[in-house]
Ligand binder design. Structure first.
Ligand SMILES: Cc1cc2nc3c(=O)[nH]c(=O)nc-3n(C[C@H](O)[C@H](O)[C@H](O)COP(=O)(O)OP(=O)(O)OC[C@H]3O[C@@H](n4cnc5c(N)ncnc54)[C@H](O)[C@@H]3O)c2cc1C
Length: 468
């Protein structure tokens, strides 16, 4: 039987980064992946494919170039499903190979097949080449899969989850999406920018309750301007699948409303991938949501077995999963690098327009009873915003009235997910609005949003405002 210092189950961002780090530090490492493509949901069914489709929809729609350069760019009506999928397929194919090559480069032994734990050191691999391997340490990085409620007759052709939507063979004429969380909102804006009629059904009265609600409302406004019909306080009660290609899908909603659409996407909720792993047999503690319980070092209730990424639940992001994998390896082998993931991390939502945030929302500041003040700056007021022709979008900062320390930064607009990163160092270093005002930025850039949001905040604080 092959013996290892570490066996990693799953080659998503959590598993890949853990495996290559342990191998880099000289440990004998194996990784087991049940799919024939490496990189997990992040590369194959989630993060990168949806971000590539967003970039494609933005490009084909001419969203940010319309009329800006004196050329009349409008939605390319002749765009085919092949055009829509071209970039996605290129990115996914290249990145899945890159993950595989990274593992090979680091001399990680690769096993293809489904892994199950026989005991706390032995892993059984089933598949074309069944075998059993031994390891001192194990990391479970098996990720998550889309939740399927019983009343949705998924068929992978016209009634989809976030996996099968990536394999559509034609563009929908209209689509009903359930769930106004990150995934639902991202796909709603992708399809609407492709000129497709979108209905977005959500149980709650708002979208993404964890983001600043002023930003959420601005996104809702832009979604409505892009003809997305938002059906709040509602839920699907019944779906009648079509009998043939020409028929529409009949959807009944709790409110009594009725929708007839060409395609349907359920994008509300995911479950931890623990089925068949044998966690229960080993006494690995699980939660009610099918996730694995871990301590601050990512150790499960069985001391030599760790778990990272979506399979442990919140925040369920590729960005954090990678560092959880690296940190688990630190604790396992006492490697001389970082031993906890940063407690300041950004959220990036790749809607059109993008939304990104770091730190507290205004709602959180209110709830905590903080004495705070707000400053805002618009993309369209900045020279760089004007050059780009951005009509909407803004930054909002929240800072303490007492010491002017910045507590939260929120952005909606083009490349918000890039611009936010300077905001992380502001929050981490507890910078004040004067620190930011006295910073020199490249000119003209979108980073000037920081400076002018701070000037605006200062004006609000001192009640000395020139501009409204
Ligand atoms: C539509 C969508 C958009 C997203 N967008 C973003 C985004 O913009 N930014 C972001 O940071 N995150 C995003 N995410 C979340 C991100 O994809 C996940 O948080 C991330 O992939 C989790 O990584 P992981 O390593 O935990 O698991 P996964 O990426 O899920 O990988 C798990 C791997 O384990 C394998 N596996 C499972 N069970 C076994 C077994 N028994 N034996 C062997 N192999 C097994 C699976 O085949 C898979 O390859 C998005 C997710 C979705 C669905």
């Amino acid at each position: 039987m092959q013996k290892y210092d570490l066996v990693v189950i799953g080659s998503g961002p959590g598993g890949e980064k853990a495996a290559v780090k342990a191998a880099y530090f000289g440990y004998r490492v194996a990784i087991i992946e049940k799919e024939n493509k490496f990189g997990g949901v992040s590369v194959n069914r989630g993060t990168l494919p949806s971000k590539s489709l967003k970039e494609t929809a933005q490009f084909l729609s001419g969203k940010y170039e319309k009329g800006v350069f004196g050329v009349d760019r409008k939605l390319d009506r002749a765009a085919t499903i092949e055009d829509f999928m071209f970039r996605k397929n290129a990115v996914v194919g290249s990145e899945a190979k890159a993950v595989f090559n990274n593992l090979v480069l680091h001399k990680v032994d690769i096993y293809q097949g489904s892994a199950a734990l026989l005991d706390q050191h032995t892993v059984e691999i089933s598949g074309e080449n069944p075998q059993t391997i031994y390891s001192n340490h194990i990391i479970i990085a098996t990720g998550s899969y889309p939740f399927h409620p019983e009343n949705i007759p998924f068929d992978g052709k016209r009634i989809h989850d976030s996996d099968s939507i990536l394999s559509i063979s034609r563009l929908p004429r209209s689509i009903c999406i359930v769930g106004a969380g990150v995934i639902g909102c991202e796909y709603a804006t992708i399809f609407s920018n492709m000129g497709i009629k979108v209905y977005l059904v959500n149980r709650a009265p708002e979208i993404m309750p964890f983001i600043d609600q002023e930003v959420a409302k601005a996104l809702v406004k832009q979604m409505e301007a892009d003809s997305i019909e938002l059906l709040f306080n509602d839920a699907v009660t019944q779906i009648t699948p079509p009998q043939n290609e020409e028929e529409t899908i009949q959807i009944k909603l709790e409110s009594g409303r009725h929708c007839a659409v060409d395609m349907f996407l359920y994008a509300a909720g995911r479950c931890g991938n623990i089925k068949g792993l044998g966690c229960e047999k080993l006494g690995i503690k699980l939660t009610k949501r099918q996730t694995i319980e871990v301590d601050a070092d990512y150790r499960t209730s069985v001391p030599n077995i760790y778990a990272v990424g979506d399979v442990i639940g919140f925040p369920s992001l590729a960005s954090t999963s990678m560092d959880q994998g690296r940190v688990a390896v630190t604790h396992m082998f006492n490697t001389p690098d970082f031993d906890q993931i940063a407690n300041v991390f950004p959220y990036g939502i790749y809607t059109i327009p993008e939304v990104s945030m770091v730190g507290k929302t205004e709602e959180e500041a209110k709830k905590e009873g903080l004495n705070y003040c707000v400053g805002r700056a618009r993309y369209s007021d900045l020279p760089r915003g004007k050059i780009m022709g951005v009509k909407d979008g803004f930054m909002k900062i929240i800072f303490s009235k007492e010491d002017q320390v910045i507590l939260g930064i929120h952005l909606i607009g083009p490349i918000a997910t890039e611009v936010i990163h300077y905001g992380m160092s502001i929050i981490e270093a507890k910078k004040t609005i004067s620190d930011v005002i006295s910073t020199v930025f490249n000119y003209p850039t979108l980073h000037e949003l920081y400076k002018y949001a701070c000037y605006d905040g200062l004006g609000n604080l001192t009640q000395h405002k020139i501009k409204q």
